[in-house]
Write a protein that binds this ligand. Sequence first.
Ligand code: 1HE
Length: 268
Amino acid sequence: NDVVNPDTYERLSISARENGLYVVTLNRPSKRNALDVATIEELIRFFSGARMAGVKAVLLAGEGDHFCAGLDLVEHWKADRSPEDFMHVCLRWHEAFNKMEYGGVPIIAALKGAVVGGGLELASAAHVRVIDPGTYFALPEGQRGIFTGGGATIRVSDMIGKYRMIDMILTGRVYQGQEAVDLGLAQYITGDGGSFAKALELAEKVAQNLPLTNFAICSAVSHMNNMSGMDAAYAEAFVGGIVNTQPAARARLEAFANKTAARVRPNS
Ligand code: 1HE
């Protein structure tokens, strides 16, 4: 399938691992993986087609020392865009990030260095974020004289609460380390330089889940969060009806009934 053919990408490097796991790496380290129009279009292409191409999980990473420096400010400055043009740029970002969050393919982000502005917006469209002690989050838009446009008002405020998000963009506050995890910007922290290995471990594990189950987890939860409680309960019953009766689950249920499946135990 052309969607997973690495030769058809310039801004992303795509590499297949076992079990339908793909590593997708932002590949413009000389510009700190800043998000230009071409990168966003490639993200849309990959994440729109991933599921149909058999992608079971994605590890999202950045080449070089930084995950992503956000909007390509130089491209933006040179293009001197009209309001209408930039509205359409933002809509393409939303297309990419919505495909990620709602697309049903689990995305584990291995973060390092700067995860700032649109880089944080991109990271927040992943389902699981792993950081190391050198990873730092910020929304420098306030200082640059601009505003967000790639979903920070939605996803970053969802992660940390609207007043923390407002503080980040207003004052340029930087979060990192355990505090970033405690606030909800990431779910895991590793030792120095360990975020890729940990994200890989998680992605490999997640790729073992049934694809329909992963689809529900990485699509339905987000949709249901947008609904009223009553509607979400109704939709959950529908999704549960389909996923919880899938034929592929029977072997796993049988293994539990036969006492051959692993039990849930506390962390040792
Ligand atoms: C860039 C960008 C970029 C680096 N657009 N070219 N984002 C920001 O405000 C963050 C801007 N970037 C930085 O603060 C720093 O570059 C970093 C902390 C990420 C990295 O620092 P450092 O010292 O390793 O690199 P550098 O020397 O600043 O930059 C190296 C090169 O990357 C340089 O290019 P060169 O051709 O001069 O070598 C930089 O110009 C280039 N570069 N960041 C373009 N962002 C839909 S709305 C979203 C709104 C936002 O995302 S606003 C947040 C923008």
